[in-house]
Write a protein that binds this ligand. Structure first.
Ligand code: FAD
Length: 510
């Protein structure tokens, strides 16, 4: 006999999943805002942070994916830029990596346009580009706009993609504050206080965190956003840290605010020095400055002197010192704990990837949203995808250090250290005929790798045979068309300062 539907149904109380986010830096509030927006309304989201401990909050420069994050939250671009004192970013200018006076841009967006199967740079190589590497950027609208100090959102022409893609520079503390307002309005509960201990259940999963005042916060899922301390994933769960300093040995940074740059460049600067590099991040009200260095080659006093000398009278205060080890927790998700941000690992901000890695960690967490627990096979998949993404970014950073042409011992050492196989294979493939293979969902697109390889002097010996399909005359026409188009797009944009003044300037305080 068939059971009637009514007797078959088991009465179940609504599942109320409890998510506890530990830490209220950029990672914590990004996670809180995104979860509040996307997970079922029955989920209780609590964030615990300690004002006494504070956040890292330097910089920050980002990459274009951040626009998608803000759009998903429904943040208006102009409001976001006003709230965070932000500016637009079309790329990063690398200066001095091939010796003093050298420079190139990693601009966002596409280079020229492809014709069918073959990416643009093969036509450029066939046209003799390798003899004049700097000419590559003449075919990129965003590079032309960046160097001319111009910006406006460019819709592009459907037949000729303009290639304008942009990200932002902003004050990370103000961004966290903006996301906090947003998250609290959507029901996230914030608890101020210092976590004194973390308790585990008999299965080894985190049961609750206890604050200094005695308050206990139990949870089903814990998100570790506690910064370098890695309170849950490291101190409590003892997940091993894979140290990558053999390949990326810089272990210190000094950060100091400087005067506002005028005009405001729509790009970040990454300037090589004798034992590392320094950044300049233009915000509306000031410039974020920092010096990243290898402490085996430079003392803190020497580094401070180097940074302050470079800034002259622009520095506004004393530099703040930060220490780090490059690498990551082997697994980002262990039991009922997921690590995001600095708790998950650290890669120096050379390509502005940290905030993006927080964003992609959150996107993956939503993709694997546990209900209520993940199967081991799902946990493994989350961790394998995270590891692959971090490794590809790591390799991209190593490329900048390896392919240098500087004389100092630090840089000679970087050229000599054997490369990870994954990167060595990529460089060899590119050197042969300019080919590049993107793996899985890795972050940086072919155009990014091509610019950095060529910018750092890795030039292919040949080009893709299909680029020979054009006659010499057709090739000339095609290359001059893409060059003209890039120049025209840049020329019709307003200056970066003018665009900000018209659309998203921070109101002047009276
Ligand atoms: P944090 O900002 O350190 O926040 C940790 C939080 O945990 C705080 O709220 C703290 O109060 C809380 N906490 C810790 N312990 C406890 C406890 N016991 N009890 C309660 N609360 C606790 N990224 C970019 O994308 N672009 C850049 O240009 C860039 N530049 C950088 C330059 C440097 C030198 C460094 C070090 C980092 C840079 N980053 C950059 C990385 C970026 O700053 C971080 O990824 C981002 O700010 C996220 O930090 P976080 O939230 O993980 O940690």
């Amino acid at each position: 006999m068939e059971a009637s539907p009514s007797t078959d149904r088991i009465a179940r109380p609504a599942v109320r999943q409890r998510v506890v986010i530990v830490g209220g830096g950029t990672a914590g509030w990004m996670a809180a805002a995104a979860l509040a927006r996307f997970v079922p309304a029955s989920t209780r989201i609590t964030l615990i942070e300690s004002d006494a401990i504070g956040t890292v909050g330097v910089g920050e420069a980002t990459i274009p994916g951040i626009r998608l994050f803000n759009q998903m939250l429904g943040l208006d671009e102009a409001e976001f830029l006003r709230a965070t004192h932000g500016s637009f970013k079309l790329g990063i200018r690398f200066e001095g990596w091939s010796g003093e006076g050298s420079g190139y841009l990693h601009a966002f967006g596409s280079i020229g346009r492809g014709l069918g199967l073959v990416p643009f740079h093969h036509y450029w190589l066939r046209g003799g580009g390798a003899a004049n590497p700097a000419s590559l950027w003449g075919h990129m609208a965003s590079a032309q706009a960046a160097m001319a100090g111009r910006f406006a959102p460019e819709p592009g022409r459907p037949d000729l993609p303009s290639g304008l893609a942009w990200a932002y520079h902003f004050d990370a503390s103000l961004y966290a504050a903006l996301l906090r307002r947003h998250a609290e309005a959507m029901g996230v509960v914030r608890i101020e206080g210092k976590i004194a201990s973390v308790a585990r259940d008999t299965a080894g999963r985190i049961d609750h965190v206890a604050l200094e005042g005695g308050h206990r916060e139990p949870g089903d899922l814990f998100i570790d956003c506690s910064g370098f301390r890695a309170l849950l994933i490291g101190e409590t769960l003892a997940e091993p840290f894979d140290d990558w300093s053999e390949h990326l040995p810089c272990d210190r940074a000094l950060a100091v605010a400087g005067e506002r740059a005028s005009p405001l460049p729509p790009y970040t600067r990454a300037i090589a020095h004798g034992a590392g590099w320094r950044w300049r991040i233009p915000l509306q009200h000031r410039t974020g400055n920092g010096l990243v260095y290898d402490s085996r080659h430079l003392s803190e006093d020497e580094a401070t002197d180097r940074l302050l000398t470079a800034l002259g009278r622009q520095a506004l205060g004393d530099p703040r010192a930060l220490r780090f080890t490059t690498g990551r927790r082997r697994r980002a998700w262990v039991g009922n704990c997921v690590a995001l941000g600095l708790a998950a690992g650290f890669l120096e901000p050379l390509e502005s990837t940290s905030i993006h890695l927080i964003q992609s960690g959150i996107a993956r967490l939503l993709d694997y949203w546990p209900a209520p627990m993940l199967q081991p096979v799902e946990l493994d998949a989350y961790n394998a995808e995270t590891a692959a993404e971090w490794q590809a970014v790591r390799d991209f950073l190593i490329l900048h250090y390896h392919a240098n042409a500087r004389n100092e011992p630090f840089w000679a050492e970087r050229r000599a250290v054997p490369l990870p196989e994954s990167l060595a294979a990529r460089i060899a493939l590119f050197r042969a005929n300019g080919r590049f293979r993107r793996e899985g969902e890795e972050l940086f697109a072919e155009a990014a790798w091509v610019q950095v390889m060529i910018g750092q002097g890795i030039l292919p010996a040949g080009h893709h045979a299909l680029a020979d399909a054009l006659s010499a005359h057709e090739l000339d026409d095609f290359l001059s068309l893409t060059r003209r188009h890039a120049a025209q797009v840049a020329a019709r944009l307003p200056t970066h300062d003018a665009f900000i003044a018209a659309h998203c300037a921070v109101p002047v305080q009276k």
